[in-house]
Structure formats: C-alpha cells, structure tokens
Design a protein around this ligand. Sequence first.
Ligand code: NAD
Ligand code: G3P
Length: 332
Amino acid sequence: MTRVTVLGAGGWGTAFALVLADAGCDVHVWARRDAVARELHESRTNSVYLPGIELPTGVRATTDAAAALAGADLVVLAVPAQALREHLVRWAPLLPPAAPLVSLAKGVELGTGARMTEVVREVTGAAQERLVAVSGPNLALEVARREPSATVVACTDDTTGHAVADACTTASFRPYLSTDVVGVEVAGAVKNVVALAVGIAEGLGYGDNAKAAVVTRGLAESARLGVALGASSGTFAGLAGAGDLVATCASPLSRNHRAGVALGQGRGVQEVLGAGQVAEGVRSAAAVLGLAHSRGVQMPLTEQVAEVVAGRRSAAEAARALLSRPRTTDGI
Ligand SMILES: NC(=O)c1ccc[n+]([C@@H]2O[C@H](COP(=O)([O-])OP(=O)(O)OC[C@H]3O[C@@H](n4cnc5c(N)ncnc54)[C@H](O)[C@@H]3O)[C@@H](O)[C@H]2O)c1
Ligand SMILES: O=P(O)(O)OC[C@H](O)CO
C-alpha cells in the first residue's frame, strides 16, 4: 500500500487526502493547528474547511511533521503558495530521499517570481524528475463530495507521473498526465488572478459579456506568459487552463471569485482577506506581474488586478483603463 503524507489540512489538502484514501493509499495528514489535527484524527471531519464531509477510515492526522513524514512513499504539499518556502525549510530534513514531491498550490512566490516546483527544488535540492504539480478544475468541496472531477498530473518523468496518477485515481477523480510542468503551474497561478478579475466585473454589476471577455483575455495572457517561460500553448486550452477558468470563474465556491466580487463592490482588500478568505490571486497578482515584466510579457488584466488589490486604483477605474487601451490585433 502506498504511504502518502499530505502536508496541509486546509480545504484542498483534506479533499486530496480523501481522494488518496479512496484510491487505496495509507494517508497521513499534517495539520498546522492542533484542533484541526485532533478533529481529523478523531472524527475524520474538518468542519472549518470542508463542512459536511467525512473522510474514509484509516486517514490519520497529526501536527508532528516528522511523524507524518516517516516512511512516506509520496509527499503532497498542500499549504498556500506564500507559506510553502517557510514550511519546506523546516520539512526538508524530514523528507524521504526518493519520494516524489507533489505540489497542489496555485501561485507564484512574491519576491522571487518562483513557481511552486521551483521553490521545492531550491529548498530541497530534489531532482526535477521527483517534482510533480497537480492542477485543474478542482473545487475542493465538489471533489470531497465525490462529484466527477478531472485534473492534470504534471511531471517531466513519465514513471513518476504515472505513480502519482495511480495514487489519486478513483471512481470520481480522473487524472490526465502532462510533462508540461511549467504550463500547468502558470495556468493554475494565473487563473486565480483571472478569477479575481471576473469577480470584480461581477461586483461592478457587469454581465456575462464582460465576464466572458475577462476569461478569454485572461487565458490569452496566461498562455503568453507560459509560452515565454517555455510552456506549451496547448496546455492552456486544457484542464489546467481553460478548464480551471471555467470552474473557478463560474463557481460561488471559488474563494478568488468571491474575493473579486467583494473588491468590485468597493470593499478593501484587508476587509476581504479578513473575512477568512484565502484567495491566492490576491498575493499572486503582483508576483505574476513581476514575472511577466522580467520576460517582457504584457499582462494588462493582471496589471489592473494588481492595482486594485494594492488599493492604488478602484475597480471602476481599472475597468475604464482596460477598455481604453490601444486596440490590439491578436484577435483571440
Ligand atoms: N480549495 C480548493 O478548492 C483548491 C483546489 C485546488 C487547488 N487549491 C490550491 O491549494 C493550495 C492550498 O489551498 P487550500 O484550499 O487547501 O487552502 P486553505 O486556506 O483551505 O488551507 C491552507 C492550509 O495550509 C495551512 N497553512 C500553513 N501555513 C499557512 C499560512 N502561513 N497561512 C495560511 N495557511 C497556512 C493552513 O493551516 C491550512 O491547513 C492553494 O494554493 C490553492 O490555490 C485549492
Ligand atoms: O477557491 P479557489 O478560488 O482557490 O479555487 C479553487 C480551485 O483552484 C479550483 O480549481
């Protein structure tokens, strides 16, 4: 039986632990907070992050990372993007030397512009073949309810990719394999920024035409950045790109979408984040933009989201700025 350690017991870490357990793995979850670990371990529920969901028997939880990681065949990293490095520095000496390291986070690191597998590689020194990104249209609550969902398991090494896909294939959760780690990670990070933009449009009271324009132009700029970083453009038409935008931009379950609506309604970013929302796009917007600037890539939508999030521009001003840009000729 594959022994898997999931580091992070938020919505997605917990839902992914459920998937792994359904797939027949021996699952050990690390939670940051004692109360979450105890509830998961004793009642097999996580009422803060996944109300109404019961995990399969056998899933264990602890706040002791060393105990959670002992003997792991596979390690899943499920903490938010901006917290990954600080945690990994502590976890690195505890990681089993050969286990694949799977990143679930959708973000780009502020200050470095690093993708999540780049952070993992820098901190742990793990070979590229051990690094895996899992990303797709995967709203945690729907996955945990065992509603049909597909995802992308991206790894440069086929054998590792298949091993991770085997560990998370169930009757309702279907992974597709890709070797385009860069594309899958860029698509996941930028979609959170686009979801904020769609929410902002909604909060401003705009209709479906505006939202469709934001999604489509957001996808175009996501693909532009990805290709500049070496990704395949096809990745952005797939599950990790267009697929995740469809799910996130339409769903009231998306925290980025909800945060965007609040920003569009004129609420400040502190108020939005203070309401318990972990919306990765809020912090990734500036990081994605920095990465784009470093490669000479234009990302006008991301630029406006970063302005709104920083409080330098109102949502209405951002919309006006986008509508008054010089005409472009790419036609997509
Ligand atoms: N929730 C989803 O539907 C979903 C789906 C796919 C991907 N993701 C991605 O997975 C990653 C984790 O998301 P999540 O939904 O599990 O997040 P979450 O906010 O629900 O949980 C985050 C987990 O990390 C822990 N944590 C550790 N350090 C932290 C810190 N400094 N700040 C905040 N939390 C900290 C929290 O205690 C919690 O256990 C994000 O990058 C997100 O974009 C989420
Ligand atoms: O709730 P969000 O906005 O973080 O989105 C969750 C997932 O990324 C959807 O695929």
